[in-house]
Each structure stands twice: as structure tokens, then as C-alpha cells.
Ligand binder design. Structure first.
Ligand code: ADP
Length: 243
């Protein structure tokens, strides 16, 4: 249901993604691990063309876009298939929690305000924020802000949610609440791709794990295969260093 073929991306002369192929089935949770600078975030951003790949094909559900000669309207259809949760939340500072979640439904899904608010309240209950509907982002902790970010993505009911290091900007004591919300969503069978440095979390939540280094997928497999019996030297070294 999600397919990447031959994804390449360079910034200036430097090739950051060197031909990535990947297939993800509906409902799968896939984590991307790897050292800083290995191209994880760039790959995630190529999935929705937030970074336009130089070459390759992205398919999500029934929308397929070829990087070379991609038309604006095809990129817009592709973007509608996914929602992203950012490292720094990217909430609207001048909108309340409820309005932040409802905005995408009103603008992208053309939902009536009353309906959008009803759905947003239901989703905010799922992430444990029913008591914060009328707060502004600045009145919330980082963990709460990120839970709003997750609610906003969920509300759109996308084919896939893309998580870009969702806990890396948080104080350590706030990481747990966000990971536990993501775990709950994963149980509902929503397809997810997660770039993370949280190894225990990746091990618990993922159906499939990719280890990237130097712009390529060095090794991929089940959490069991990657964490207990990594085959590649680079994976072994990485896991040893961070454990
Ligand atoms: P990771 O997520 O694995 O840490 P990134 O995908 O963020 O890696 O970055 C990979 C490399 O690409 C880094 O060297 C980074 O500096 C570079 N890079 C990422 N985005 C840009 C950009 N917009 N312009 C120039 N270089 C970039």
C-alpha cells in the first residue's frame, strides 16, 4: 500500500539518499533507525514530497507520483494521503487546541465547523486532552503539545502517519506520555512510519525496522531480527553504541 522505488535525493553536490526501495503493508508500523545525518528525516519527507526526490517513485494507496516531471496536482493528491507529526509540533500559536485539530478538517477536508469540532473533540479525548480544548499551545507542556500534533494527524484519517522524531524535542520526563499515545494508535491498525532514537519503543511498537546509514538501508527486518541478531556490522556497532 506504500511503495518507494529508487528514491534519490541530493542537497547541492551531496547525495543524501542513494536509491531507497521500500514496501509497507496496510496497518504496518515501520521504524527507521540510524545515526544522525544518515538521511532518515529526508526519506520521511520524500514520502509526502515535502522534499521532492530527484528520482524515484512514491506510491501511497492509489496515488502514485514519479519524481521526474511530477505535476503540482499529483503532489497535492499524494500529500492528502498522509499526515506528518513534526519534531517541533508546528502548532498554530494563535489557535486553541480544538482549533488546531479542527483546522485541517475545515480547510483540507471541507468539513463544516460544527462537525470538525465534534470530530476533533473525539480525537482529543483519545490522546487524553479533553480538559485542554480551549487552551493555547503556550499554555501546554511539550508532551501535551505533541499530543495535539498527533491528534491533528489522526483527525485527518490519512492512509499513513509519518512521525519525524516525535519525542526528540521533549524533556525526558515527558517522552513516556507521547510514546504511550503512539503505541495506542498503533494498536488500532493505522499505518505508520516513525523516525526515532527511542530503541525500546521501536522494538515494542514496530512490525518492521529499517536501519539506515549513509543514505542507504543497510539492514531491515522484524524488531527481533534487528535488535537481537543484526547481521550487518554497521547495525551491530550502532546498536552497541546507543545501548
Ligand atoms: P537524519 O534524519 O538521519 O539525521 P537528515 O535526513 O536530517 O538525517 O539529514 C541528512 C543529511 O542531509 C545531513 O547531512 C543534513 O545536513 C542534510 N540536509 C538535510 N536537509 C537539508 C537541506 N534542506 N539542505 C541541505 N542539506 C540538508
Amino acid at each position: 500500500m506504500i511503495q518507494l522505488k529508487g528514491i534519490r535525493k541530493s542537497f547541492k553536490q551531496l547525495e543524501i539518499l542513494k536509491g531507497i526501495d521500500l514496501t509497507i503493508k496496510k496497518g504496518e508500523v515501520v521504524s527507521i533507525l540510524g545515526p544522525s545525518g544518515s538521511g532518515k528525516t529526508t526519506l520521511l519527507r520524500c514520502v509526502n514530497f515535502l522534499e521532492k526526490p530527484d528520482d524515484g517513485i512514491v506510491r501511497i494507496g492509489n496515488v502514485q507520483v514519479e519524481a521526474k516531471g511530477a505535476k503540482k496536482k499529483d503532489i497535492i493528491s499524494l500529500r492528502k494521503q498522509s499526515a506528518m507529526v513534526f519534531q517541533h509540533y508546528n502548532l498554530f500559536a494563535h489557535k486553541t487546541v480544538l482549533e488546531n485539530v479542527a483546522e485541517g478538517l475545515i480547510v483540507a477536508k471541507k468539513m463544516k465547523k460544527i462537525e470538525a469540532h465534534k470530530r476533533s473533540k473525539q480525537i482529543l479525548e483519545k490522546v487524553g486532552l479533553s480538559d485542554k480544548l480551549h487552551h493555547y499551545p503556550s499554555q501546554l507542556s511539550g508532551g501535551q503539545q505533541q499530543r495535539v500534533g498527533i491528534a491533528r494527524a489522526l483527525a485527518l484519517n490519512p492512509e499513513v502517519i509519518l512521525f519525524d522524531e516525535p519525542t526528540s524535542a521533549l524533556d525526558p520526563e515527558l517522552v513516556g506520555e507521547v510514546l504511550s499515545v503512539i503505541k495506542n494508535i498503533a494498536r488500532e491498525g493505522i499505518t505508520m512510519i516513525i523516525v526515532t532514537h527511542e530503541m525500546n519503543f521501536a522494538r515494542e511498537v514496530s512490525d518492521y525496522v529499517l536501519f539506515m546509514d549513509g543514505g542507504v538501508i543497510v539492514e531491515e527486518g522484524t524488531p527481533m531480527e534487528i535488535f537481537t541478531k543484526p547481521k550487518e556490522m554497521r547495525t551491530q556497532k550502532f546498536l552497541k553504541r546507543i545501548s
